[in-house]
Write a new protein. Sequence first.
Length: 367
Amino acid sequence: MANLGYKEQGKKRAANQKPVAGVKPGFAINPEQMEFERRKLLEEMSTKLKPNRKTLNTMAAVAATKEPEYFDEEGNKREPTMRVLSLGAGVQSSCLALMAQEGLTKHKPDYMIFADTGWEPSFVYEHVEYLKKAVTICPLITVERGNLREDLIKAANPIKGSHEESKSFAGRVPNPPLFAARPGGGRVGMLYRQCTHDYKVIPIQKKMRELLGIKPKHRVKKDMFVEQWIGISTDEAMRMKKARMPWLTSRWPLIEMKMSRADCLQWYRDIKKHPMPGKSSCIGCPYHHNDQWKNMQKNYPKDWDDACEVDDKIRHGLKNTTSELFLHKSAKPLRSIDFQAPNPQASLFGETFDEEFADECEGLCGV
């Protein structure tokens, strides 16, 4: 195979590849194809321009991501029992939904599911209502699992003798990745993030099981599986994660189409038919970069006051930690920060949001 060109090598690898029973690639990437793309990139790039290993693997994953095919145990092609688009109501997932509506995707989702944390910005709720009217190819279902804002405040300020006081913060409330610092200064760290899993992943998967007709605590039948569409674009490819459930396989149509976030924005401009959505994430998400906080402070004063109120209330009340907790990475009260200053906290966690937290969410959360 050494004397063959790259295209010929790829064709030969594909011809020799055996179908996988039920194709559970949760990751719709052939590992051999990804390695082939990685080596190809290495050889094509000059020594000075070679990226680090993480960036190289991300580029290879994008190149290797193709439309998945599914097979049964005999090697016969099969189709998913159901296709579901996990809707964050931000730029990418909304673009994917609207492109499907316009007939620009090969398949169409059977359902769109939006998980409401109870702490979404007002413009997200407005855009969800717009999509309910604009997308007619499938229903848009809203699910929820409690109210993240209220649960967080209860955990930080438990009433004596209450259920909240009897359990640890981690046990009672799915942790947002709050910033933690010792009183009086010192190194800034982050709490373990659990909010996406408990307020997004669990309610969406629960609804998918319900749509399949599976009763609680019953296993999904072996001949059933769901193809879950996730609105991750090429510039966020490092966020692709394999589905953990055996009946669920993840798919990233935007990456299959080699579309970046900028391409999605350009699509909105070109079609001139749909409003441009904002960046979806919870009002008090600690992953906000300074420009997002600044925009909230200037254009969404109610959301800003809400975030500041929660930031004040979480400072000292959480059990099992002696640190003070903050929504902002500077470990300073949110309302005291001057967001006009250029990158005031860059030295703590990096220059930009993308460098700092690109790995943190799995496409079900809008950050």
